[in-house]
Design a protein around this ligand. Structure first.
Ligand code: DGL
Length: 245
């Protein structure tokens, strides 16, 4: 069984994307919706939350966890990996930077949370990969709360138009640097009609997927299980019984 953790719907998006390609693998997802959004928190707050979540998997005997959260990966994952040396914590940012080496983008908008943007992990990594090319960091801080609360497509598109207007004609790609953003890729495309890179594609290439005889899916939330179950049905059209922790 492979663990997946995030502050909420982003990790679920990662899970359903991976499950489509690897239906033979069992997954256990922890959606830490009580603490969402992570992106506005300090490094210490993020560490404390992420530590607790990884420990939760360890206590359940899960030793491989996809940290489907750019915010955690960009700030505290190296330290966490040292705290849990017997666990494999998959880092979505390292996987993405590796894959982006194959791309020939001329100018790339890195759309991410405030904490990920502040860490400069993507910015520095991309400048190393694409010397002489433009990297434009953009942190739309209202976006994750809007996605979590089920805001309308129009509301999201209007917000994004404000953030992305300056990059028309400058950027030829957008990096979806937060796992929540593939859920609004259409709205992002309307605001800035260029190619997009989804880090879930990179994660898919890095993980060693298991062949389970009876593959299962378990979903836990620190929020309201009935609400999460409804969100899963609305977004991914699957009936999943969500448990609270
Ligand atoms: N989905 C997460 C990320 O990839 C966290 C978003 C948030 O809670 O702010 O960064």
């Amino acid at each position: 069984m492979i663990g997946i953790v995030d502050s909420g719907l982003g990790g679920l998006k990662t899970c359903f994307t991976l499950r489509e390609k690897h239906p033979e693998t069992s997954f256990i997802v922890l959606a830490d919706q009580k603490n969402a959004p992570y992106g506005d928190k300090t490094r210490d707050e993020i560490y404390e939350i992420a530590y607790r979540n990884i420990k939760w998997f360890k206590e359940r005997g899960i030793h491989e966890v996809i940290v489907a959260c750019n915010t955690v990966c960009s700030t505290v994952l190296d330290e966490l990996q040292k705290e849990f040396p017997d666990m494999k914590l998959y880092n979505i940012i390292s996987a993405t930077l590796e894959e982006l080496k194959k791309k020939r983008y001329k100018g790339i908008v890195v759309l991410a949370t405030a904490a990920t943007t502040r860490s400069m992990k993507y910015e520095n990594g991309l400048k190393g990969i694409f010397p002489g090319r433009k990297v434009y960091p953009v942190a739309p801080k209202e976006l994750v709360p809007l996605i979590e609360s089920g805001a309308s497509s129009k509301e999201i598109e209007d917000l994004l138009k404000g953030y992305l207007a300056d990059y028309q004609g400058k950027a030829d790609a957008v990096l979806l640097g937060c796992t929540h953003y593939p859920l609004v890729s259409k709205e992002i495309k309307k605001a800035l009609p260029v190619k997009q890179y989804d880090p879930n594609d990179a994660i898919e290439k890095t993980v060693s997927f298991h062949q389970d005889e009876n593959p299962s899916l378990e979903v836990y939330t620190t929020g309201n299980p009935r609400l999460t179950s409804w969100q899963i049905f609305k977004l991914f059209h699957e009936d999943v019984e969500v448990k609270g922790i």
